[in-house]
Ligand binder design. Structure first.
Ligand code: PLP
Length: 389
């Protein structure tokens, strides 16, 4: 049976392929260590679990979610307060400028469905998060890749985007702290981005699920703290990474009320929103669990340092990026990302993501995650060290 053409255009999803590879090796009795998928192993904080249990027992929550596609007002208010506290953004109206999401991935997809017509161009970065391309293609849009290179701090050079491309572009995806490179953006870059978006009438979707995961004194930053940002776009965020809640599927969209209205319209016609009990649990995360973020950052900081020390002992001269729980590591000279990832898998039984899976400019890098238990990370680095020596 033929799948719809929109699906035939989409490359196989990187993580599904990785998962298949891992499962096949494990089924053959091999002790595989996966550093391929960014999914925290530490548990969700207890207050969140307790609140879910309480809310799940209340039959009032067993019905369709309150305010369905928008998310309940109490959740949207908690998001507004969190954005005020964490990013100093005081002017978000929970009624019209905030929306609950089933994770930021859903928001990316629904942003495109809401705002982009078939045939319109959508800019994304190369390397970039693969789900953006899939969403653009599923909606009949045309992805246009802008390289992000080490020498530019893995930020796109907006001035290098040809003006004919910018003129026909409807929307642009960005994500800083960046998956896969770990790079962070600056207020100046965001100011340039707003000016660029205004000049060419481009809608910005800034996907910020790693906003809290920054190191080395870097301050968490929201695109919405840039003057004029709300005129041109939205920010997506998520409870997945800061509160170890990837499986719970809860996030938020914030910013331009017309875009928020569009995403809500798509959601109202497709998913009807987030289970109320999960929204109550989300409120508990946002209001009671900031310490969890501090603790997680310390865990990631130690793991990050451990990997960097190992790599530098092996001959790299590697300075880690300032954001996310990923390390974007140049491959040894002469090895493509696929060659190096394959070698690590075959000889060390360690799975890493090949940079080429994130785009042409991702070649020459592998991405490893810090979301594995300390002892598994130590074992993985020991095996890698042995292979490389
Ligand atoms: C850039 C980016 N956006 C979105 C997501 C999805 O996050 P969520 O769990 O909120 O859907 C991820 C997850 O890996 C990501 O890396």
């Amino acid at each position: 049976m033929q799948l719809a053409e929109r699906l035939q255009k989409i490359p196989p999803y990187l993580f599904i392929e990785l998962r298949n590879k891992i499962n096949a090796a494990r089924a053959a009795g091999i002790d595989v260590i996966s550093l391929g998928i960014g999914d925290p192993v530490e548990p969700t904080p207890q207050p969140v679990i307790d609140e879910l249990a309480r809310a799940a027992r209340d039959p009032a929550n067993h019905r369709y979610p309150t305010d369905e596609e928008k998310g309940m007002l109490a959740f949207r208010e908690a998001v507004a307060d969190w954005y005020a506290q964490r990013y100093g953004i005081m002017d978000l109206d929970p009624e019209t400028e905030i929306l609950g999401l089933i994770g930021s991935k859903e928001g990316c997809h629904h942003f495109i469905l809401a705002m982009v017509n078939p045939g319109e161009t959508v800019i994304m970065t190369d390397p970039g998060y693969p789900a953006y391309r899939a969403s653009i293609l599923m909606a009949g849009g045309e992805p246009y890749n802008v390289p992000i290179l080490a020498e530019n701090g893995f930020l796109p050079r907006l001035e290098d985007i040809p003006s004919d491309v910018a003129k026909r572009t409807r929307a642009m995806f960005l994500n800083y702290p960046n998956n896969p490179t770990g790079a962070v953006a600056t207020p100046d870059f965001f100011a340039d981005l707003v000016a660029f978006a205004k000049e060419y009438d481009i809608l910005i979707c800034h996907d910020n699920p790693y906003s809290e995961i920054v190191f080395d004194g870097e301050k968490p930053l929201s695109f919405l703290s840039t003057p004029g940002a709300k005129d041109v776009g939205v920010e997506l965020n998520s409870l997945s990474k800061p509160f170890n809640m990837t499986g719970w599927r809860i996030g938020m969209a914030l910013g331009n009320p017309e875009i928020i209205r569009g995403i809500a319209m798509v959601k109202g016609n497709t998913d009807s929103g987030i289970f109320n009990a999960i929204q109550y649990a989300g409120i508990a995360a946002l209001t009671k669990c900031q310490d969890n973020i501090t603790e997680m950052l310390e865990i990631y900081r130690c793991r990050r340092q451990f990997v960097v020390d190992t790599l530098n002992r092996l001959g790299w001269d590697y300075t880690p990026p300032k954001g996310t729980f990923y390390l974007w590591i140049p491959t040894p000279a002469g090895l493509s990302s696929i060659d190096f990832a394959t070698m690590l898998f075959e000889k060390a039984h360690v799975v890493v993501a090949a940079g080429a899976a994130y785009g042409e400019y991702g070649d020459g890098y592998i991405r490893i995650v810090l979301t594995v238990p300390d002892e598994r990370l130590a074992e993985a680095m020991k095996r890698i060290e042995k292979v490389l020596q």
